[in-house]
Each structure stands twice: as structure tokens, then as C-alpha cells.
Design a protein around this ligand. Structure first.
Ligand code: GRF
Length: 202
């Protein structure tokens, strides 16, 4: 059983997928605390309904981003969090969180990194006309969208796809992949070597 702290900013469908996997018994984890960078994020409602403690930070708090992250790290440590899971968190994580949780901050990105970094991975891939895009789960580090890659899944962009249908396909795969990767971590099967490459045992 691993204890997770979730960071989010929006609708929280990935949080929901984790909650569902824990309920179904396919993810041996407990979500100790959900912190939102936005007080009106629907993800907070999902957490509340699942009985998970929540905390919402205002834009004011983020004016000093290092102080904000020191506060977040402290709250996660207090809650006994072992891994920090970014689930649609629209902010960078900075040194105070990364140093408190080395190789223990995990992010999901809706494109095949290192392609289409940034906040618009799905539409950037769609507009570029690539025929295959996908999802990346990786450890976060100080370089945005550049940390060690844990797992990726490809999604084919068909001739008939629209941006909306592609978004749906990406989200459906995300909701399978994120709980799966966290289950591998919970099982102790994920490690990072000295060169920064991730290995999955077994
Ligand atoms: C997901 O597409 C994720 O890859 C990206 O932000 C989105 C979050 O969606 N980082 P949700 O809040 O989990 O519904």
C-alpha cells in the first residue's frame, strides 16, 4: 500500500480513475490528500465525495512559487504522503516539492514526450498532423515535461478524428494507464538507474 498526494487544477477525471482503481482493488494505494491550485476545480468535489481530505490554494499563495511549494511539500509530508501524483496540475512543481520527494513526483502528459511538451499536448499534436500521438507517464524533475519516462501508450489519429474525438481517445487511455503505472510503483517494480532511465522489473 502506497500513500499518494494528488495535485490537480481541473476536472479531475484522472483522480477519479485512481479512486475507481483503488475501490476496485487493482491499485494498492490510499490517497491521503488532494491539493488543488484552483478553489473551483471539480476534482475537489470528486475527492470530497470519496472521503479524501482536500486543500485548495488561491492564486495569491502562488505569488511566491517557492514558498507555495514549500507549503505543499510540508502538507504532503504531514499527511504521510510517499508519492506525489500530478493529475491535471497546471503549474510547475519546484525545488521544495522535488527535493522532498526525489523521483517520487509523477506526471501524466497527453502526448508522446519529448514531442508536444507544454499545456496543449493534444491540440498541438492534432494541428501538427501527426498520425500517431499518445500518453506519457513520467517522473517530474526541474525541467518541464522532461523527467524520466515510466510508460507510454500510442494513440492513432485516424482520418475521421476531430480534435474532440482525439481528446476522448486520449483521456480514455489515460484513465487506464495512470492507475496501471501507479500499481507498478505500488508493487515496487519501478526504478530509475544512474543515467535517469526507468526500468520496470518482472
Ligand atoms: C489530462 O489530459 C492530463 O494528461 C493533463 O491534464 C488533463 C487533466 O484532466 N496533464 P483531468 O483533470 O484529470 O480530467
Amino acid at each position: 500500500m502506497i500513500r499518494l498526494g494528488v495535485l490537480l487544477s481541473g476536472s479531475g477525471t484522472n483522480l477519479q480513475a485512481l479512486i475507481n482503481a483503488i475501490t476496485a482493488g487493482t491499485l494498492d494505494a490510499q490517497i491521503a490528500l488532494v491539493i488543488s491550485s484552483k478553489p473551483d476545480a471539480y476534482g475537489l468535489v470528486r475527492a470530497f465525495e470519496a472521503g479524501i481530505p482536500t486543500m485548495a490554494l488561491t492564486a495569491d499563495v502562488y505569488k511566491d512559487r517557492l514558498a507555495a511549494d514549500a507549503f505543499i511539500a510540508q502538507e504532503f509530508i504531514k499527511a504521510g504522503v510517499e508519492y506525489v501524483v500530478m493529475a491535471g496540475y497546471m503549474r510547475m512543481v519546484n525545488r521544495p516539492i522535488l527535493e522532498a520527494f526525489p523521483n517520487r513526483v509523477i506526471n501524466i502528459h497527453p502526448a508522446l514526450l519529448p514531442s508536444f511538451k507544454g499545456a496543449h499536448g493534444i491540440s498541438d499534436a492534432f494541428n501538427a498532423g501527426v498520425k500517431v500521438t499518445g500518453i506519457t507517464v513520467h517522473f517530474a524533475n526541474a525541467d518541464y515535461d522532461e523527467g524520466p519516462i515510466i510508460a507510454q501508450r500510442a494513440v492513432v489519429i485516424e482520418e475521421t478524428d476531430t480534435l474532440e474525438s482525439l481528446e476522448e481517445k486520449i483521456h480514455a487511455v489515460e484513465h487506464e494507464l495512470y492507475p496501471h503505472v501507479l500499481a507498478l510503483i505500488a508493487a515496487g517494480r519501478v526504478s530509475v538507474d544512474a543515467t535517469g532511465k526507468v526500468h520496470i522489473s518482472g
